[in-house]
Design a protein around this ligand. Structure first.
Ligand code: NAI
Ligand code: MG
Length: 336
């Protein structure tokens, strides 16, 4: 029996998480879910977007399965996602984007894993105004040698463990000589220890163009926090959109699994949110827990339904008659 903290989240969160939990429960993995609150819905109920009870639950289970959280707009409110990643030192954000046989896109052979540094860079939250009139603002990026080395190490180990051939570092060291320069130097040093994995360097803006024109030249990509945020939405677009891409946030002794997308306020309550991305996060979680058979069973069922193209949400098939709930049920029914 595995203990997992379940955070259903905001917006489309509860509907896609209910569908994903039903599928995980049907996979054969034995999970004891500990439901906890976070985000806008927690704020409305309890006055804080990250209640102590939620932090205590994750501190005990060390594994969380989380729906998207709405980031409260306005100065002073920090992103709860960023906060959770920082609190548990979830330094590696792994976001795989792979073409699906049944999802029509420009390419059918994309298979890119973004490994994003998740605790440093421009997202450390060191932002402020320099003038009382608030007409000059500054934001600081923090990059450490240790933080850079461990994320690049993670990318190479991931490549070896997952039978991958190549790691590309995406950076902007030509302009940001100190922060990005440090990251690039660390990447080169770590890469030298892994002669069996091909190593490539790309400046991030050029990398975007190459990814859109010739995505097959990318395998594992390692990069700093904000570039990884942006590049992973790009790779999501290459394989059929945000409704398909999971994200694993991994630390030394805790991990949190989710979708890359947000709470999608524009489609709440319409039964059209695609539950695939969080379900794929569930597959990553089962593998993390050592439940490889259940993970494979779940992945096969998801692939059958997504590639079947019938019991899917409208982002995958504009003529569909079905939505989130029917798709979730079809995946439960497809489980062998
Ligand atoms: P979003 O990812 O929620 O939505 C972007 C677009 O993609 C929207 O048109 C939405 O309808 C569509 N979309 C997203 N997920 C979908 C799904 N499963 N099925 C079908 N269509 C889907 O990004 P947005 O609108 O920028 O952010 C909304 C809120 O979510 C913000 O408060 C943001 O801070 C938060 N957010 C939270 C994340 C997390 O919890 N990990 C990640 C990204 C954003
Ligand atoms: Mg993002």
């Amino acid at each position: 029996m595995h203990n997992v903290t379940l955070i259903k989240g905001d917006g489309i969160g509860p509907s896609i998480m209910d569908a994903a939990v039903a599928v995980i429960n049907a996979s054969g993995a034995k999970i004891h879910w500990h439901e906890a609150d976070a985000g806008m819905s927690a704020y409305e109920r309890t006055g804080t977007p990250l209640p102590d009870a939620t932090m205590e639950s994750i501190a005990q289970t060390r594994v969380a399965f989380k729906g998207p959280l709405t980031t409260m707009v306005g100065e002073g409110f920090r992103s709860i996602n960023v906060e959770l990643r920082k609190q548990y030192d979830l330094y590696a954000n792994v976001r795989p984007a792979k073409s699906w046989k049944g999802v029509k896109t420009r390419y059918d052979d994309v298979d890119i894993v973004i490994v994003r540094e998740n605790t440093e860079g421009l997202y450390v939250g060191l932002e402020h105004y320099l003038t009382p009139a608030k007409d000059i603002a500054e934001s600081l990026a923090v990059v450490t040698k240790a933080g850079s080395e461990r994320i690049v190490e993670y990318a190479f180990k991931y490549a070896i463990d997952n039978n991958r051939k190549k790691v590309t570092v995406c950076h902007k060291a030509n302009i940001l000589k100190y922060t990005q320069g440090l990251f690039l130097r660390a990447a080169r040093e770590v890469a030298a220890k892994y002669p069996d994995i091909e190593f490539d360097e790309k400046i991030v803006d050029a990398a975007c163009m190459h990814m859109v024109m010739k995505p097959e030249q990318f395998d594992v990509v390692v990069t700093t926090n904000m570039f990884g945020d942006i590049l992973s939405d790009l790779t999501a677009g290459l394989v059929g959109g945000l409704g398909l891409i999971p994200g694993a946030n991994i630390g030394a002794d805790a991990a949190l699994f989710e979708a890359v997308h947000g709470s999608a306020p524009d489609i709440v309550g319409k039964n059209i949110a695609n539950p695939t991305a969080v379900m794929m996060g569930g597959v990553m979680m089962l593998n993390h827990l050592g439940e490889h058979e259940a993970a494979t069973r779940m992945l096969n069922a998801i692939e059958k339904v997504v590639n079947g193209g019938v019991y899917v949400t409208p982002d995958l098939n504009p003529d569909t008659k079905y939505g989130t709930q029917e798709m979730g049920q079809a995946i439960v029914d497809a489980m062998e």
